[in-house]
Design a protein around this ligand. Structure first.
Ligand code: NAD
Length: 420
């Protein structure tokens, strides 16, 4: 039987938590470290600190330990770095958290006797693991490839479907500093039923950016086609269906709508644009992917204004999270829509099944209510495709502007879809 090595995880966010829960479920001894006391407390009380389906059940059956002390990682044979790498004002990513986390791991390496492999899971710009992470780890006095291993293995899980995506990945990318480092990670993942690609550290980092910006491009593409279809008076979704049968195109990610937000696509797109420019290359296609998306969000407001003025009007928002199945509102299109409505002096009331608490932290000044009350507003914008929105009774609603093709909302007195 395979030897189940102890696993350490730094960062208890959507990525670190899912990885920790999945390895605990697979029978590994898992220790997680985070700087957030509340999150650690929740884990040690066997409850999930964030909304991610399936985590609570795993915590109850196969609990694992959370701590604020990095030295608790001393027994780990593999340590995953899963901390946040957020956007800075100029679009580049901030390495502040990952540098700090790496320093803490270096302090563990310093006293550690056994060989251990450090794996960067956070999304970082190509070159970061080699040029930033490696020198910090070697400040411990230990040498990569000799005293410890170093890998970069990008994560592709989707929030809301994290457990399934981690357990049944489409592929596993192992970026390795040297063969021994890669072998340690290969051993951990070899029983997963997925192709495993072994590359160098920088290639692994680029695979993540290329994948996410490709998906973002596919969305901006179909949104642009959708904007043209709307002017033609034809159904974008039929066009997408016709396209999707072509295996070279594929049917996924062809849902036209109000645009993408979230923890990854906007951040990764901006970071790759900035980095390409630093390398002396003008990434025109990537810049347009971003521009089309930025404009798509504001098209909701444009369509709304065709039917009503905004000043002192009650505008209801259905959906605040960046997609269904999560409470994450990072870069959600609901943020820009709310800011724009408030700037136009509209009175905003919102509903989301999971994300209202998070949204209240940014917008305490708007009202929050149940969906039935939202439907009584002067106009309603559908922003997130939560399944429950397709079961509401829209028949008495005055105006619906639909960003997510909730066709039931056609019952409203005035209904307009963003691309249909
Ligand atoms: P998150 O913001 O949800 O969580 C990050 C966690 O790291 C937080 O709990 C924070 O307290 C903790 N942290 C920060 N500094 C720390 C330190 N020094 N020591 C210990 N903990 C520390 O982030 P996330 O969404 O899980 O994303 C993590 C990384 O993975 C990012 O680079 C992101 O781009 C990437 N990623 C995210 C997703 C996703 O769907 N969210 C998918 C793939 C990749």
């Amino acid at each position: 039987m395979k030897n189940k090595v102890p696993i350490g995880i730094v960062g208890l966010g959507y990525v670190g938590l899912v990885i920790a829960a999945c390895f605990a479920k697979l029978g590994y001894q898992v220790t997680v470290v985070d700087i957030d006391e509340e999150k650690c407390k929740a884990i040690n009380e066997k409850r999930s600190p964030i909304f991610e389906p399936g985590i609570d059940e795993i915590l109850k059956k196969t609990p694992f330990k959370a701590s604020m002390n990095p030295q608790d990682l001393a027994d780990a044979a593999i340590i995953f770095i899963c901390v946040n790498t957020p956007s800075k004002a100029d679009g580049a990513i901030s390495l502040e958290a990952i540098k700090k986390a790496t320093e803490q791991i270096a302090s563990v390496l310093k006293v550690k006797k056994d060989y251990c492999t450090i794996v960067v899971k956070s999304t970082v710009i190509p070159g970061t693991t080699q040029e930033v992470i490696l020198p910090i780890l070697e400040k411990s006095g230990k040498k990569a490839g000799q005293d410890f291993g170093l890998c970069m293995s990008p994560e592709f899980l989707r929030e809301g479907k994290g457990i399934n995506d981690f357990m049944q990945p489409d592929r596993i990318i192992i970026g390795e500093y040297d063969k021994k480092s890669g072998d340690a990670l290969y051993d951990l993942f070899r029983d997963f039923k997925a192709p495993i690609l072994r590359v160098n550290l920088t290639t692994a980092e680029m695979i993540k950016y290329a994948s996410n910006t490709f998906l973002a491009a596919k969305l901006s593409f179909i949104n642009e086609i959708g904007n043209i279809c709307k002017r033609l008076g034809i159904d974008t979704y039929q066009v997408a269906q016709g396209m999707g049968y072509d295996e070279r195109i594929g049917a996924k990610f062809l849902n036209a709508g109000v645009g993408f937000g979230g923890s990854c696509f906007p951040k990764d797109l901006k970071a790759l644009i900035v980095h390409a420019k630093e390398l002396g290359y003008q990434p025109k296609l990537l810049e347009e992917v971003k521009n089309v998306n930025d404009q798509q969000v504001l098209r909701m407001i444009e369509l709304l204004k065709k039917h009503t003025s905004l000043r002192y009007k009650n505008i209801g928002l259905l959906g605040l999270s960046f997609k269904p199945g999560t409470d994450d509102i990072k870069d959600s299109v609901a943020i820009l829509i709310t800011q724009t409505l408030l700037a136009e002096k509209a009175i905003v009331t919102a509903y989301d099944p999971q994300a209202m608490q998070n949204f209240k932290k940014i917008f305490p000044q708007i009202s929050y209510n149940n969906p039935d009350e939202i439907l009584k507003c002067d106009a309603v914008l559908i922003i997130t495709e939560w399944e429950e929105f397709s079961r509401l009774d829209y028949s008495k609603t005055k105006i619906v502007i639909d960003g997510r093709r909730v066709l039931k909302a056609k019952e409203a007195l005035i209904y307009e879809g963003i691309c249909w």
